[in-house]
Design a protein around this ligand. Structure first.
Ligand code: NAD
Ligand code: TYD
Length: 359
């Protein structure tokens, strides 16, 4: 049975990926989820699978070399899927150091421990061992408002925020391991994800949550920055396909071909909420465009991201399957059905962050 070591599996994409993998492979794989449970890590995301015999959670920090070494020593790991990171741009602007620590140093520790566990005496690697580094399109910087401009795998790395700079650095480390040691790895650079279990500091869950509570909807700058939104399960599928069918040492861009201005996203969410809420629901009365509030722009705000997923489509046959209209309904439905989840993650520390951020 193949053993996966998933880092950051209690976060948004990691937990969706674990659900995807158990749905697809059921008892044919074993998953070890290593997560230190920062504010963004939530074991509630995995409560329906936590009792499986083929699932183990280990609370550990990826920067803790001894802890990670021990996990490799005690388990014959076949696949690493490395999600663990600090992931929010606004937090990186306030406190860059933690991003360097987790995203750069943490990735170095993961690479080094995997290399030590998998390397043979002659410097080659045990067969069928693979490391997948989950990265972002933000490493490519910002595109102009030209609908023909896209990020390709060959686009220059040109990060602007401390978050994207730390992710670009971690990508470079993975590349260095591939180039220097022929370390068996791939890198994926994905566009903005949305879907269940996303922490409400990111645009889509924040807008859903605020609108339902009749709170203001903060729009940075002119609201015309463009992001390319991908339903999280399509990303999970892409990761699995890259690891199964991708060519080792290659980088794959993963994107939704779903570019939208932030203001368009907000308007779609408001319309969809009104469409989905029954007339007798009291929340419906306060959901309207007057909640939209333009606020000071994010420092260094990237204007536009847009992925050309040509390579992953041509080489692996991956394509985004969930249209935004459908994906946003699935997401809103999930939030309707999981109000407790939202209450729990927005209590405590997050309240302090929100008050500070939007004061
Ligand atoms: P997230 O913030 O929701 O989850 C990150 C997880 O990593 C959390 O469970 C957290 O507890 C864990 N973690 C953080 N520091 C850790 C440490 N030092 N040791 C162990 N665990 C630690 O992030 P996400 O949105 O799920 O993103 C996952 C990955 O995908 C990240 O690498 C991110 O850069 C990348 N990515 C995200 C998006 C997106 O739209 N969210 C898009 C492309 C790529
Ligand atoms: P975000 O979800 O933080 O993702 P990223 O910065 O990684 O793309 O933000 C998506 C877009 O929405 C980005 O252009 C910033 C903007 N935004 C707002 O306008 N208001 C908000 O409250 C947030 C969180 C984001």
């Amino acid at each position: 049975m193949r053993t996966y070591l998933v880092t950051g599996g209690a976060g948004f994409i990691g937990s969706n990926y674990i659900h995807y993998m158990f749905n697809k492979y059921n008892n044919d794989i074993r998953i070890i989820n290593v997560d230190v449970l920062t504010y963004a890590g939530n074991l509630e995301n995995l409560k329906d699978i936590e009792n499986r015999d083929n699932y183990t959670f280990i609370k550990a920090d990826i920067t803790d070399k001894d802890a990670i070494e021990k996990i490799f020593a005690e388990n014959d790991i076949d696949r690493v899927v490395h999600f663990a990171a600090e992931s929010h741009v606004d937090r990186s602007i306030k406190n860059p150091e933690v991003f360097v620590n987790t995203n750069v140093l943490g990735t170095a520790v993961m690479l080094n421990c995997a290399k030590a566990a998998w390397e043979l005496e002659d410097g080659t690697f045990k067969p069928d061992k693979k490391f997948l580094h989950v990265s972002t399109d933000e490493v490519y910087g910002s595109l102009p408002d030209d609908p023909n401009a896209y990020f390709y795998e060959t686009s220059p790395i040109d990060p602007h925020s401390p978050y994207s700079a730390s992710k670009a650095s971690s990508d470079m480390l993975v590349k260095a391991y591939m180039d220097t040691y022929k370390f068996p790895a791939n890198i994926t650079n994905c566009s903005n994800n949305y879907g269940p279990y996303q922490f409400p500091e990111k645009l889509i869950p924040l807008i859903i949550n605020n609108a339902l509570q009749g709170k203001k909807l903060p729009v940075y700058g002119d609201g015309k920055n463009v992001r390319d939104w991908l339903y999280v399960m399509d990303h999970a599928k892409a990761i699995d396909m890259v690891q199964e069918k991708g060519k080792l040492f290659e980088r794959y861009n993963v994107g939704g071909h779903n570019e939208k201005q932030n203001i368009e996203i907000i308007e779609i969410i408001l319309d969809t909420l009104c469409e989905m809420l029954p007339d007798e629901d009291p929340r419906k009365a306060h959901i309207n465009k007057e909640l939209i509030t333009y606020v000071t722009d994010r420092k260094g705000h990237d204007r536009r991201y847009a992925i050309a997923p040509d390579k992953i489509k041509a080489d692996l046959g991956w394509e985004p399957e969930t249209m935004f209209k459908e994906g946003i309904k699935l997401t809103i439905k999930w939030f309707f059905e999981n109000e407790e989840w939202m209450k729990n993650v927005t209590s405590g520390d997050y309240q302090k962050y929100y008050a500070e951020m939007y004061k």
